[in-house]
Write a protein that binds this ligand. Structure first.
Ligand code: FE
Length: 165
């Protein structure tokens, strides 16, 4: 495929995130189920709700881009790999506290991937002069950053429990 403009690159990056978010939507229920710590379970559950909103925000932008753009055109291979690694962990025989710590490690990789992606498309939207897109993407970017911070907080005690296990 040929990329001739920043707008086209923006669309590519947006399709990547659309695929990533939908993969996360599919993966989170299993993480919720497997988490032992009630706080971690609650955190994943909250993020599942947020992720639905993230997809909706991307849908709003795709709606404005028109029918020529297929929002489901890409599979994000980066997110596929991150999720596959996390799922492999779930298949191992691990102490519950250790598994929780490992799930946080995986979840933070997911968040960092998204933070990178949303930071990029937010900046492209700024350059393209689309203020309403900037706002939508900025909101999601902030929520991903907040989730990452919450995971760091959760890890501060869950890692200690894993150490004691
Ligand atoms: Fe997200």
């Amino acid at each position: 495929m040929k990329l001739e403009s920043l707008q086209e690159l923006f669309i590519e990056e947006l399709q990547d995130l659309y695929s990533a978010e939908n993969q996360i939507l599919e993966a989170l229920p299993k993480m919720i189920e497997e988490a032992s710590s009630p706080d971690l379970k609650a955190g994943f559950t909250e993020h599942l709700e947020q992720t639905r909103t993230h997809v909706t925000r991307l849908d709003q932008i795709f709606d404005q881009l028109g029918d020529d753009v297929d929002r489901e055109d890409k599979t994000c291979k980066g997110m596929k790999g991150i999720i596959k690694d996390a799922e492999e962990l779930l298949d191992t025989d691990a102490e519950p506290e250790v598994l929780d710590a490992g799930m946080i490690a995986g979840a933070q990789r997911v968040e960092h991937y998204e933070i990178a992606g949303y930071g990029t498309v937010r900046t492209y939207a700024q350059l393209l002069g689309r203020k309403e897109w900037v706002q939508l993407l900025e909101q999601t970017l902030q929520e991903e950053k907040d989730t990452d911070k919450k995971l760091t907080q959760l890890a501060s005690h869950i890692n200690l429990e894993a150490k004691a296990a």
